[in-house]
Ligand binder design. Sequence first.
Ligand code: ACO
Length: 397
Amino acid sequence: GYDISKLLGETGNVTLDVGFVNTASCKSAITYIDGGAGILRYRGYPIEQLAEKSTFIEVSYLLIYGELPTPEELDAFTERIRRHTMLHEDLKDLLAAFPRDAHPMSVLSAAVSALGTFYQDSLSITDRDQIELSTVRLLAKLPTIAAYAHKKSQGQPTLYPDNKLSLVENFLRMTFGFPSEDYDIDPVVSKALDQLFILHADHEQNCSTSTVRLVGSGHANLFGSISAGIHALSGPLHGGANAAVLEMLDSIDSEFGGDVDKFVEKVKNKETGVKLMGFGHRVYKNYDPRAAIVKKSADEILKKMGVNDPQLEMAMRLEEIALKDDYFVSRKLYPNVDFYTGLIYKAMGFPTEMFTVLFAIGRLPGWIAQWREMMEDPATKIGRPRQIYVGEGARDY
Ligand code: ACO
């Protein structure tokens, strides 16, 4: 109903693209996605190969520095990260002040923001050594912060990192172990978690990564930019979907007596506003290659762990019905990476609130790589979208 030519009169020539469906915000050499063909590559390497053969630390190196490391480079990188896993004791005091039932994503973002106050020696956005130091500090400390947030929510004592362990093993021990008790790391769990982190490590200009870039484009430091990205990730339409999937499966049980077909009918009635969480993607219109890997490993891992979760069967049935139903087929809605991850996290012993925190740990190297790429690109400008004004014309006070 608006006269668009009139509206544009004062705004100039702008393109309206709500949700940036067709607008590229930058050039990037990090991640390639072909949504139609279901292809995802980091720096040219197919996600399937990286998930099978690589490690999260190695993939982090690849994303940030552009090439796979030599064994010596990988050792040096791992060692640098190891040296920074501890949290400043005063930072722990700060975190201790949050209420026990604080959502761990809020704690995570606040803690990362606070890193900027504790490490003022690495806030530069141009000095490469400082950027390097902030990079390593973030990669090393985020798992410690995440484990701390979990322990605090459980009212349990926190553990210091044990730097003999790998990054993922250390995180598992700090999350589930107890001081003065040995903690046996299950290699199946640690390998599966490492693989899940690889699958989440980057996904080009998604909501949280675009947030990191937009905040950084105003020349905010790395800690502040990543802190904003964590909040962007927390929403249920983005990273929060992994927790929302489990809540949905719970509700199918409690509200529909486990009747998946009935639930699907409710989703198809758009007036209800209910969505099939873990389904649909802005870019993948064929299938999400990460979901294919996760689905296979969910089945294997749960079997290996001896977990018989009826919710896995329910999820598989839900997928089966949806993939045959015209509502989902015509809209090209397929399971995304979040559809099965929650079931794996649950089997590993993580509470639902921690699911998106796990996503954040995985996505961190991608956020860092994208921020660094943007800062080094001479073509970068401050991100400043335009708008179409539809409010009142000039009027007197
Ligand atoms: N359940 C039911 N209907 C859906 C779903 C869903 N999960 N997703 C999209 N639709 C419908 C929309 O209502 C719309 O229907 P219409 O054409 O009749 O109006 C159509 O499919 C197209 O959907 P859009 O909302 O235009 O798709 P968009 O690209 O904007 O949204 C998104 C993508 C946000 C992922 C959406 O599919 C969704 O909300 N999914 C559920 C949440 C989720 O799983 N998010 C995780 C995404 S992956 C990630 O961030 C890691």
